[in-house]
Design a protein around this ligand. Structure first.
Ligand code: ATP
Ligand code: MG
Length: 434
């Protein structure tokens, strides 16, 4: 990928244009991180880029952005531009082609505004980005207030990059974030989702969430989560603090490779507590799993996450208190749970939920894990059912209806429990049952 992006820069330069690596890849390279993609900025106009390169896709041609397909890799090539029209703090609606310096000045933070010419190993820095990278500072290019008013998403991007790299804020930048936090609620839900997903997948998520809360940004973009602050927990079981403190500890216990689905489930697993809390003989949250799933569906739907992901996250939330019931089930029913495709995620949610409680007690989780492993060595995959609905109807001379499903369910659980091992035994059981 990297050599191919250099090839493209050489083609553009040979035709007399200026061409650089730009944005995130330069920042990452200077930080010693392997860049994920190599964006190119150039003086060549979109038509000229299309003429010079073999395969291109005109995705954002009116904004000066062309995708080049070279050696099966995709590269974003953007003509140097200024953004001249920002309406209501959204993405620019109009641009103008300019030079490299102007293009650097339209970018958000100094660390994202550095260019690099890989053919000459030369850094081109019009914005003091290198110095800020060294000092590990997030600083808006130009006047921070103006930059936020142009595009309010930059408030969230500041928090995201600051925590992603474990930097600090330049003080003027921080003051501007504090002042304009309210504007975050004008950002489109899709753009908020993309930033939140990145925050959840990056390191230091819990620090980022604390900052979002301190800056009163969370109240604007995820008010349901802010509600966890100050929602008490029973001291008999939780000495770690309130529901927010517990949630942060749970999130912190996730493994670095945890999926986005599990991350959202961990973040929202107790989102139903503030609305179900009652003080009887102790603090209780009856029905908080179901209520939590309902609230989570509202949040995730609003943020337009894919429906399939929303379904899984909400299922995990509504079943996150299943540890004890799983011990009390019959073998067949329990194995049906264990063999479900979502169970590994649920098991991991059990672990982090327990790990986020003080004093930590992983005893129940460890016992469940042992049982799970034991069951899986006996039955690593869900077996094919021994009989079909048709078999049952024919054998018993009955018509389609709920009874057929009930019989099949009971039979399958007995099959999973190892009580009924083959077709012959299944038919025998069926006749006897009747
Ligand atoms: P990541 O590693 O997350 O992709 P990135 O820096 O590449 O980080 P992108 O969102 O891919 O971030 O944007 C690429 C570049 O475009 C940024 O480095 C920045 O220079 C510029 N940019 C992106 N979004 C904005 C914005 N909202 N305002 C100003 N400049 C932006
Ligand atoms: Mg990028």
């Amino acid at each position: 990928m990297k050599p191919t992006s250099i090839q493209i820069i050489e083609i553009l330069k040979k035709a007399g244009h200026i061409a650089y690596w730009a944005g995130g890849c330069v920042r990452d390279m200077l930080l010693g991180i392997e860049p994920q993609d190599f964006d190119i900025a150039t003086s060549a106009k979109p038509d000229e880029i299309e003429d010079l390169l073999e395969e291109t896709i005109p995705v954002g041609k009116q904004f000066g952005v062309i995708i080049a397909v070279q050696n099966r890799h995709h590269f974003e090539i953007a003509t140097f531009r200024s953004d001249i029209e920002h309406k209501d703090g959204r993405r620019p609606s109009k641009i103008e082609f300019t030079n490299a310096k102007e293009d650097a000045l339209r970018r958000d933070f100094t660390i994202n505004g550095i260019f690099y010419d890989p053919t000459e190993d030369k850094v081109i820095d019009y914005v003091g980005g290198e110095k800020d990278l060294e000092a590990r500072l997030i600083r808006f290019i130009g006047d921070p207030h103006e930059r936020i008013l142009e595009d309010h998403l930059r408030i969230l991007r500041a928090v995201r990059f600051k925590n992603q790299f474990n930097f600090q804020y330049d003080q003027e930048t921080y003051k501007a974030l504090e002042k304009h936090a309210k504007l975050a609620n004008k950002v489109s839900n899709e753009r908020i989702r993309d930033e939140l997903n990145k925050i959840l997948l990056n390191p230091n998520t819990t620090c980022a969430l604390e900052e979002l809360s301190d800056l009163e940004l969370l109240h604007e973009i995820l008010p349901e989560l802010q509600e966890l602050k100050g929602c008490p927990q029973p001291v008999e079981f939780h000495t770690e603090g309130d529901v927010w403190d517990h949630t942060m500890a749970v999130f912190g216990a996730l493994k670095p490779d945890a999926s986005l689905i599990l991350r959202w489930a961990a973040l929202l697993h107790d989102i139903g507590k503030p609305s179900t809390i009652k003080l009887t003989e102790r603090i209780r949250y009856d029905g908080h799993c179901e209520k939590g799933a309902e609230i989570a569906r509202g949040i995730l739907g609003r943020l337009r996450l894919p429906k399939k992901d929303v379904d899984e996250i909400c299922w995990l939330i509504s079943h996150h208190m299943m540890v004890v019931p799983l011990f009390e089930m019959g073998t067949g029913t329990r194995r049906k749970w264990f063999l479900g495709s979502r169970f590994p995620h649920l098991l991991e949610l059990f672990r982090v939920d327990a790990a986020g409680i003080e004093p930590v007690d992983l005893g129940m989780y460890d016992r469940l894990l042992e049982l799970y492993k034991h069951d899986l060595t006996h039955m690593p995959h869900a077996p094919k059912p021994l009989l079909t609905g048709l078999n049952v109807m024919k054998e018993l001379g009955i018509k389609p209806g709920p009874a057929v499903g009930e019989i099949l369910d009971e039979l399958y659980e007995r099959q999973l429990a190892g009580e009924i091992r083959d077709r012959k035994a299944a038919l025998k059981w069926l006749r006897k049952r009747n």
